[in-house]
Design a protein around this ligand. Sequence first.
Ligand SMILES: NC(=O)c1ccc[n+]([C@@H]2O[C@H](COP(=O)([O-])OP(=O)(O)OC[C@H]3O[C@@H](n4cnc5c(N)ncnc54)[C@H](O)[C@@H]3O)[C@@H](O)[C@H]2O)c1
Length: 328
Amino acid sequence: MKVLVTGGAGYIGSTICSALEDRGHTPVILDSLITGRIEFTKNRIFYKGDIADLALVDKIFEEHPDICSTVHCAALTVVPESVADPYNYYNENVAKTNILLKKLCELGCKDFLFSSSASIYGDTKKQEVTESDPLNPQSPYAATKYMCELIMRDFSVAYGARAIVFRYFNVVGADPSMRTGPYKDAPTLLLPRLILHDKGLGQFKLTGVNWPTRDGTGVRDYVHVWDIAMAHALAVERFDTVCADAPFQAINLGSGSGVTVREFIRDFEAVVGHKLDIEETDPRPGDVAGAFTKIDKAQNLLGWSPTLSIQSAIADNLKWYDIYNSNK
Ligand SMILES: NC(=O)c1ccc[n+]([C@@H]2O[C@H](COP(=O)([O-])OP(=O)(O)OC[C@H]3O[C@@H](n4cnc5c(N)ncnc54)[C@H](O)[C@@H]3O)[C@@H](O)[C@H]2O)c1
């Protein structure tokens, strides 16, 4: 199948392209490269441009009339940036998605997969999240994901579209074949902070050790980017099954079990083969005990569950880090 992948030059979009190719499909990438990497499009059909450039979308469909669905990953993704400049985030992520999806409906290409985010649940106060939990986005970024979901839901009613929205929990790792991987500095995220600390390039503090969890540290839900990518490849193939009962389906993608921060650090230490020297401190303002998702819906509708461990995600991330930084 030929699949339009917006944001296909980014971290997750490029991994989805690899998963699609490995299953015999052909991705067609539309990406402005505002953050994505040109090298991630190598040997792939690639159109450089904006998702709201309708002339370009027309050209893509003239040249590839056999595109049958769209994986929509293109977005701005930095939460603090969205707080500082909400106009830009609502414009780039929501207004442009509205324009793109309407155009795709006019072109008769009405099957969408969307990169949504667990951040739309807000702080649920529950450790186990399901798709039916209330949505309460806490940042303009999270709100853009929620609004795009609403657009897709309403387009499915009005225009006969079908939408599978995947709410990703924390995505880590790199393509196990090392075609692409994380490329942005993310010094606030757990794994990048551990990597920098281990390489002597940054300090790591374990913030919050008295939460009501099994070991006092926060609970998180990490899922290997390859498992996330495979969920998209499966969904492209199984639209009829997934959307048999309803044309709009929101599905959580996570580990199904959750890991505490301390357990994650132990996994990291097991991969690098030595103990880390880590200071424990109080939680930072705004920190929460955290949550993980149940994945029954992904299992039942899609036949998907993660196949790769946290340790393999950490190992792939570390391997990619060395490859990427040696080529810089
Ligand atoms: N990384 C995560 O842990 C995570 C978690 C939940 C959801 N998501 C979602 O997954 C998607 C991909 O995230 P990522 O981490 O790969 O980010 P990324 O920045 O690596 O990828 C986004 C891609 O979209 C492109 N893009 C942005 N605006 C565009 C526009 N207007 N027109 C064309 N291209 C545009 C960028 O150039 C980039 O290549 C995003 O929608 C993000 O919100 C990511």
